[in-house]
Design a protein around this ligand. Structure first.
Ligand SMILES: Nc1ncnc2c1ncn2[C@@H]1O[C@H](COP(=O)(O)OP(=O)(O)OP(=O)(O)O)[C@@H](O)[C@H]1O
Length: 693
């Protein structure tokens, strides 16, 4: 191992030298690059200068071209001048010749004339001869004169021609002078340009010379440096070679290592495949374990859910199957009555409500009190566990109880923009059962009825205002049924809207004034949820009754007569019957008076056994409704207090069934009829009940 390490150590040192040398070379290289860059910059400057000089050269060339053109024009003009001169010379010569001839002829003629005159003078001396001579002379004189005239005409023509030629000559001379002037100017310009060109050329050449010299200098320097560097490189190379020789053993070791690694790399795919297969197996195993753990968790979750439900149901059972909530509606627009002093709430306990007038302060304890600002959603949050328990097979009744105008319809039906319990409950049930599919197959059916003057009316039927009857099922099961009652199966959220629209429409068309009518009739929405478990075959059936009761005000206060009196009596009858039934159930009477009213008779299967009941007592905040509000709250509290009193209950369960329950029954009935007169100024209903008990 040490032998292997030694070469690798020296190899490392050699490598370090090499690296150093390499670094030096890199630095030198950088420097040379920089110089090259400088030379490039100089070259670029020269080319820039050249590019600047180019337009001037072009202009010079143009001027030269112009000068050449002008010169050729001058040459042409000179040629023409020469020609004209030559021609004028010719003409001059001809003229001179003519003059000469004319002189000769004139001379001849004058000689002849003189001879003739002499002859004539001679002949004059001899008369005969003179006559003859005279004739001859005359003849000869005429001919001579003719010749002279011709010669003179010719001379005149030649003179004219000569003057024309002279004029032409003058013009040509003028032209020549102009051309010569232009030519002189152009020559002067050419001389200026040539001077400029020469100057520029001189500058360019000087700069080129400079650049050339600079370039040569830089190249020379670079060359010298490169040479010295080359020398150094060669020297280094020699050192490197030496190092290489020393590195060779290390290289051998490295080669050996490399080969080893190569073998490993070659083996790697097989190892990788093997590892992947193993990992896959492990992952599959883990997935299997996780999935079984998941299944187990799911099973536990379901079991916990069932347990939770059971606990909830047990809680409800312990708390009592009857729960009482109170909702105080806000003061509506247009109501001038002040509610400020009448209703107040406990900031620390949402189960307490205080009513006060000038002299009394009454405290009411219920399961929950909703203040006027409570939203529909908040109210529904509190009742939704009851609603969903009908999926588990429980029968549930939710009543809205209170005087006319206290907000019963608002709580149960709500308004289009902000629906109440009815619509929210149906939607919740629909979404819950949809979630349970496909394990469970649920069917939700809806019926809507109203009870007016003890008459049952179908609100979803085709026949408007169709009256119905409640009958015992002929199959001997002891179950009640309503022949002809329309049951609408809800299969989509749109069906829910359709049900409410139809029910509302049928109710509105069956009466002249819906508001008045609704306050004097009970409106029931009956939702049946039946389910079957697809794997176990287990069946459940629950019923949810949502009841908007008629107004609970006292007849004495309303001062009703005639048909109104009958309506009020019917309402009171059914409300008292409801109170009696609740009382009898709570008291575990052997006989529960369901049949005393249509309302209790119809709801009998949802009020007995394990059924759950919620009473929403609606309270108006107006001072003018004070006594009715007190009446409603006392009734509600009495129902709740009795039911919740476990000790009392146990006591009732242990004691003989006659005394206490009967007493309680009386209380409930009295409350329901609202005939209870407040005897003490600051009455607390619970205290009153306990003292009664
Ligand atoms: N919580 C509330 N928020 C806003 N307005 C409300 C509320 N409760 C009731 N109202 C309004 O008070 C008025 C009376 O309410 P509603 O008709 O629901 O009373 P009711 O008890 O059903 O009367 P009736 O017995 O005549 O049917 C309505 O205009 C309603 O919109």
């Amino acid at each position: 191992a040490s032998a292997a390490q030694q070469p690798s150590h020296s190899g490392r040192r050699g490598a370090t030298d090499l690296e150093k040398h390499l670094e030096l070379l890199v630095v030198e290289n950088e420097r040379l690059k920089q110089e090259l860059k400088d030379a490039e910059a100089l070259r670029e400057a020269a080319s820039r200068w050249e590019s600047q000089a180019r337009p001037r050269q072009k202009r010079l060339a143009e001027l030269e071209q112009q000068v050449l053109e002008k010169a050729s024009r001058v040459e042409t003009l000179s040629r023409q001048l020469e020609e004209s001169k030559r021609h004028a010379g010719e003409m001059q010569r001809q003229l001179e010749e003519s003059k000469c001839q004319q002189g000769e002829v004139e001379q001849q003629l004058s000689v002849r004339l003189r001879d003739c005159e002499e002859e004539l003078a001679r002949q004059a001396t001899r008369p005969h001869q003179v006559k003859y001579v005279t004739e001859i002379v005359e003849v000869e004189s005429t001919e001579s004169q003719q010749a002279v005239a011709e010669a003179q005409a010719k001379s005149v023509a030649l003179q004219e021609q000569l003057s024309l030629q002279r004029q032409l000559l003058r013009e040509l001379e003028t032209q020549l002078h102009d051309s010569q002037r232009t030519s002189t100017q152009l020559r002067a310009q050419i001389l200026v340009y040539e001077g400029e060109m020469e100057r520029a050329q001189g500058q360019l050449e000087a700069e080129m010379q400079n650049l050339e010299e600079e370039k040569n200098r830089v190249i020379e320097e670079a060359f010298i440096r490169a040479e010295s560097e080359m020398k150094a490189v060669h020297e280094n190379l020699a050192g490197v070679r030496m190092n290489l020789l020393t590195l060779q053993p290390a290289l051998r070791t490295l080669t050996c290592d490399y080969n080893c690694l190569k073998r490993q790399v070659q083996d790697f795919p097989f190892m990788l495949e093997k590892a992947i297969t193993e990992a896959k197996q492990e992952i599959c195993q883990v997935i299997g374990e996780v999935s079984s753990a998941n299944q187990e968790l799911l099973r536990k979750y379901k079991r916990e859910m069932n347990l939770r439900k059971k606990c909830h149901n047990e809680l409800v059972r312990i708390k009592g199957n009857i729960r009482v909530f109170c909702r105080v509606r806000p003061v509506c627009r247009g109501e001038h009555d002040s509610a400020e002093n009448m209703v107040s709430f406990d900031p620390d306990d949402d189960a307490l409500l205080y009513l006060s007038n000038k002299v009394k302060l009454m405290t009411f304890e219920l399961d929950k009190v909703f203040h006027p600002q409570a939203t529909q959603e908040e109210v529904f949050q509190e009742v939704q566990s009851l609603v969903t328990s009908c999926i588990d097979g429980f029968n549930v009744c939710i009543f809205a109880y209170g005087q006319t105008g206290s907000g019963k319809t608002y709580t149960m039906e709500g308004v289009a923009k902000d629906p109440g319990i009815n619509q929210r409950a149906l939607r919740l049930l629909f979404s819950e059962v949809t979630e349970k599919a496909p394990d469970w197959d649920f069917k939700i059916t809806v019926s809507m009825v109203e009870i007016y003057n003890e008459t049952l009316r179908n609100l979803l039927g085709d026949i408007q205002g169709e009256k119905l009857d409640i009958k015992m099922n002929p199959d001997g099961s002891g179950q009640l049924y309503v022949p002809g009652l329309t049951e609408f199966t809800v299969q989509s959220p749109e069906d829910i809207n359709r049900v409410f629209e139809l029910g509302h429409m049928n109710r509105a068309t069956a009466c002249t004034n819906l508001n008045e009518h609704s306050s004097r009739s009970h409106a029931l929405l009956i939702i049946t949820v039946a389910g079957v478990n697809s794997s176990t075959g287990h069946r459940t059936q629950g019923k949810l009754n949502l009841v908007d009761l008629a107004g609970s005000e006292r007849i004495a206060k309303s001062g009703a007569e005639g048909s109104r009196l009958r309506e009020a009596q019917c309402i009171n009858k059914s409300l008292s019957a409801l109170g009696d039934v609740i009382n009898a159930l709570r008291s575990r009477h052997s006989h529960v008076p369901f049949r005393n009213s249509r309302l209790t008779y119809l709801l009998s299967d949802s009020l007995s056994g394990d059924s759950k009941t919620l009473m929403m007592v609606q309270v108006s905040p107006l001072v003018s409704n004070m006594s009715e509000s007190v009446c409603s709250l006392k009734f509600a509290q009495r129902v709740r207090t009795i039911e919740l009193g476990n000790a009392t209950r146990r006591q009732w369960e242990n004691s003989s069934t006659s005394s206490s329950p009967t007493h309680d029954s009386v209380e409930i009935t009295i409350q329901t009829h609202c005939f209870l007169q407040m005897k003490t100024p600051r009455v607390n209903a619970r205290q009153s009940l306990h003292s009664n008990a």
